[in-house]
Design a protein around this ligand. Structure first.
Ligand code: CTP
Ligand code: MG
Length: 229
């Protein structure tokens, strides 16, 4: 079995809506409901914890927890809440091998199959973490602050990292035990594992599993969801 942590506590400043991004209406429903559907449809998921902004309540059947200042702080709060009520005899640390799925509510197009593929890849690879990722399709160059191009990177080795990201509980919990300042610099949790010398693998995922960041992403997500119905 596995637990899922859905992080939904961000403010959504770049989207610029009147309320938090996870509760903005997308194709007729609050944005977070789309990825909740996908998580609920995965048989291996025994519990879903949602990190929420202040004043918002957990959706039915989920455990709710108040999010933190930065994304990784919200993941840490959700991981702690995932242990509550487990009746774990060993000081509430949980099964160290249990897979923990971390997903951004901001990625509403995730499918149950993508989550299942990440879980299977964790088993097969023996890695500490597996991250959904899309092959990069743009040419990527590194440039100096002046704008002068320094180099062109080899696209064949580049991946655009998404969620879901799946971790061994022990690896995620050790990564999140690092100082708050380091957590604040992490744009994903797998980076914290890499910093600590852990092994992270990518599992291919389509670009359609986009992150709603700006208003144009919200429009694209609405179109793609309409195509599914
Ligand atoms: N998130 C969170 N807690 C935070 C910050 C972010 O749970 N303190 C969540 C967001 O709700 C989102 C995911 O992390 O589902 C990815 O973050 P991002 O896309 O940056 O969302 P926001 O932080 O809400 O947006 P912005 O950075 O534009 O304010
Ligand atoms: Mg953010």
């Amino acid at each position: 079995m596995a637990v899922a942590l859905l992080v939904a506590a961000g403010r959504g400043e770049r989207l610029g809506a009147t309320g938090p991004k996870a509760f903005v209406v997308l194709a007729g429903r609050p944005l977070l409901e789309w990825s909740l559907d996908a998580l609920r449809a995965v048989d291996a998921v025994r519990r879903i914890v949602v990190a929420l902004p202040e004043g918002y309540y957990a959706p039915p059947g989920c455990v709710g927890v108040r999010g933190g200042v930065e994304r990784s702080h919200s993941v840490r709060a959700a991981l702690a809440a995932s242990l509550e009520g487990d009746g774990d005899g060993e000081a509430g640390t949980g099964d160290p091998d249990e897979p923990v799925i971390v997903h951004d509510a901001a990625r509403p197009l995730v499918t149950p199959a993508q989550i299942e593929r990440a879980l299977a890849a964790l088993e097969e690879s023996g890695a500490d973490a597996v991250v959904a990722a899309a092959p990069v399709t743009d040419t990527i160059k590194r440039a100096r602050p002046s704008g002068e191009v320094e180099t062109t990177l080899d696209r064949r080795a580049l991946w655009a990292i998404q969620t879901p990201q799946v971790f061994r509980r022990s690896a995620l919990s050790a990564a999140l035990a690092q100082p708050d300042e380091l957590l604040a610099r992490a744009t994903d949790d797998a980076w914290l594992i890499e910093q600590a010398g852990g092994r992270v693998h990518v599992v291919e995922s389509p670009r359609e599993n986009l992150k709603v960041t700006t208003p144009v992403d919200l429009r694209l997500a609405a179109l793609l969801l309409e195509d599914r119905c």
